[in-house]
Design a protein around this ligand. Sequence first.
Ligand code: ADP
Ligand code: MG
Length: 569
Amino acid sequence: MQLRQQLEALDGKGYGAYKSLKGHYPFPDFTLHVDYVQGDPFAAPSQVRVTVPQTVAQFPDALYQTPSRAMALADYLNRQFDQATQQGSGQQGSGKSGLIAIARPSQVVLIRSAAQVSATGVEMRFTVGLPAFGRRIAGRQAVTLLCDRLPQLVDQTLRYGNLDAAAVRHHCEMVEAADGLRAQLPAHNLVAFVADGAILPRRSGVDDRPLTQALPFQSPASLRVSFDLPNGITVTGMGIPPGVTLIVGGGYHGKSTLLRAIAAGIYTHIPGDGREFVVTNPAAMKIRAEDGRSVTGVDISPFINDLPQGVSTQHFSTANASGSTSQAANLIEAVGAGAQVLLIDEDPSATNFMIRDRRMQALIAKAREPITPFVDKVQQLYTDHGVSTILVMGGSGDYFDGADTVIALDAYRPQEVTAQAQAIAAQYPTTRQSEGGDHFGTIAPRVILPEGIDPSQGRRDINIKVRDTDEIRFGTETLDLSAVESLMEPTQLRAIALAMVYAQRYYLDGQRPLTTALSAVLADMAHQGLDCLTPEPRGDLASFRGLDLAATLNRLRSLQVKSSGPETA
Ligand code: ADP
Ligand code: MG
């Protein structure tokens, strides 16, 4: 075979000679495409693809006929391929020599560029470390890697006949059922659903697999609903209606865990995760305080007014937001970008953004307090803007008055206590003065200017790097995204960084509102796939929401927006 001879001929040469490998190589069952060749054994590894025609892969078309199933099947193959690369022979030689690696999926199912399935066939994208000893090409090891191990991997993981057919089908059917469940939420007038039997807690802060020996979720009878899902699946569980929902209960009784599971419900989880049928309105956004973040031209006046030194809050900008101003900006930006459900936990919230009780009102007059607390705005947000809130609040009963639904957790067991909370609110009035006025206030469309988005650094036009799910290096700037909890994989951050460049080039023209630009970017991705973001095919991207792209853009320190409100000195 041509590749084998080519590799043998390269043996012992300087590493740079590998560059000649770029190209396409037909194997009996698939084609190998070498898209990018690394410059040395310690550099980022080489990028390759294999395409396997359906005549070989032989997946029944029922497994990829709907968008959910196609995504699920590709996700399944991605996981199989990843697992198989973990086993058997690995690194031999210098640096990354001999290593095969595909983007590693988290617990959620996403559209990923690493694995794609269609009627044409299967395409997998991954990296290989082309083998060397020192800086000399290890030709024989390269033959083993590309001509022996790779065909084995393809055979083992990408042919239907060699997979566990029942497991493949189960994966596709469960994902389709969960996606179907999420799609049914509006018709049932719900913003979230948590299935009976779901396992919500995770093993640890760094291990997203289900906690073993957790108490399975059981819905309170009064909130229990049932759904008939695709593939003959029926589920029962707790439905959360729109409006204001409080999650209360003693410390360590599972409040934050429930909210985190609801937040994760924007995604569909793999079978075995425990949250397979925990689903949430996909336009839900977790909001928290994030002091130190940069804010550019946001109208936070529904919450903050009369700052010292006459700083404008209708067009508020700062390089170093406080707890309360950052939380206000996070909330207004999210709603402005299309969030329909806000998820707020008391733990990472700014206390003075959340509450201001009777005694504090008596001591510090309204005229001396710039902050209008969320407790006076949460109902207005729903009545004026149709935005629901699910709020974990163990620390203040002042929220009872504005709550439509109250769920109490007792040793991880939820009960509905709406009536009790209302009776208590009537029996013990807060005697607070409401400070929120009659309306929430307008949320003006946001127009982002293209000038503020610059991915270049030095001689490089595009310098983008991603660290875990927390950080994007964008041009000369390091963007901290640790407060954007909806991002699950580095692949999403990479795609978002590229989408910022794409949005700037095609849609952020200084006229279009951000929401219109976001929809346009997502529509292009839906039609053309993630590949529309890059000139070359890449295997390290995954799907994301417009809300998360907006959240990233809004945190850019170099951001410029078109001024809408009056600027105060
Ligand atoms: P809270 O916010 O009410 O203080 P957390 O949600 O932080 O409580 O949960 C406290 C601890 O209980 C966490 O370690 C969490 O993993 C664990 N936990 C939560 N739900 C369950 C459950 N259903 N079964 C077992 N442990 C749980
Ligand atoms: Mg908590």
